[in-house]
Design a protein. Structure first.
Length: 334
């Protein structure tokens, strides 16, 4: 589907954006246009040094902010596919600067939706987070609101040939601010801070996240929140994988943190279906509409009261598996 497409990615100079650009250019060499939209001129310059115009004529760089609706409309001219990865994501920063987070994550989402409706875009996938399920911090609350805006946008598309959907997943392995790079840096001190020995998290690699977004672009019918089936890890196992010789000092959880992360709550179970590699939380409600979706896609309904949390997962990464993943992802070399 992405061959010959014109694609725009917001937040395109972030870790996900760079991996998405690399994958699209590799797998879809006939892509019509690939536009990287972000606020960071330095990162755009650095990407442009790697992807030169002569070698990658389809690639374009566009300075802009999702807070600026007019700039979005200009950037979306001639675009048929949009991936929305721009967001303010740091939990402590969002707690301290709440309305800045709201302006980017909520108002920016609505700006993008309206610009897509105005410019002939056909497919939109927005990136979400496990923190949007039963949120207890502002970042999670803004992403839940963003998710609702994107799934509900299908209700106002009218006769336009456009579908909006969301991809929600857990901690991206090795991303900025995540625990693994932090532990790798701290192990030289001989001590690793543990927030809570019972803490668990979902784990997904950057490439798995990119592959999931591409799958959603090709398979979404509109209104779904797609959730991957991925393993969990225990924070103490990560510490043992990275610094087995280090002491583990319990420092307590930070405001806005959970012991276990959730991606599907029990309240979502009535509208959740199993698509094989992924779950989908449907924006439609009612048995008839859910059954119709299952008949059309081959999905099956989850059991009543089903939930999906990192602490109750059936798939766990062992210490050795974590160590192998850290090596294979090149994190230990960083």
């Amino acid at each position: 589907m992405l061959h010959d497409s014109s694609i725009l990615i917001t937040g395109g100079t972030g870790s996900f954006g760079r991996a998405f650009v690399s994958t699209v250019l590799d797998r879809f060499p006939t892509v019509g246009r690939l536009v990287v939209l972000s606020r960071d001129e330095l990162k755009q310059y650095e990407m442009a040094q790697r992807y030169t115009e002569s070698a990658y004529p389809a690639l374009r760089f566009f300075l802009g902010d999702v807070r600026d609706r007019d700039r979005l409309r200009r950037a979306l001219e001639g675009i048929d596919t949009v991936v929305h990865a721009a967001a303010l994501k740091q939990v402590p920063a969002a707690e301290y600067n709440p309305f800045e987070c709201i302006k980017t994550n909520i108002l920016g989402a609505q700006n993008l939706i309206e610009a897509c409706l105005d410019t002939g875009v056909k497919r939109v996938v927005s990136l979400s987070t496990d923190k949007a399920a039963a949120p207890i911090n502002l970042y999670g609350a803004t992403k839940l609101c963003s998710d609702k805006l994107f799934t509900s946008a299908n209700n106002i598309r009218g006769s336009r040939d456009i579908v909006f959907s969301v991809v929600r997943y857990g901690n991206v392995m090795g991303s900025r601010g995540s625990v693994m790079p932090f532990f790798l840096e701290r192990r030289k001190s001989g001590s690793l801070p543990i927030t809570d020995p019972a803490m668990t998290r979902f784990n997904i690699t950057l490439q798995q996240g990119v592959d999931m977004v591409i799958w959603a672009l090709e398979n979404s019918r509109g209104g779904e929140i797609f959730v991957p089936k991925i393993p969990s890890y225990r924070i103490t196992d990560v510490a043992n994988a990275i610094g087995p010789e280090c002491t583990q000092d319990v420092v307590g959880i930070r405001p806005g943190e959970k012991i276990h992360e959730e991606m599907i709550t029990t309240s979502d179970s009535a509208n959740t279906v199993d698509l094989g590699p992924y779950f989908a939380i449907l924006s439609t409600s009612g048995d008839e509409l859910v059954e119709r979706y299952c008949a059309e896609t081959g999905a099956s309904r989850v059991s009543n009261g089903f939930s999906y949390s990192s602490g109750e997962n059936t798939d766990w990464l062992s210490v050795e598996q974590l160590r192998e993943l850290i090596d294979s992802e090149g994190l230990s070399k960083g």
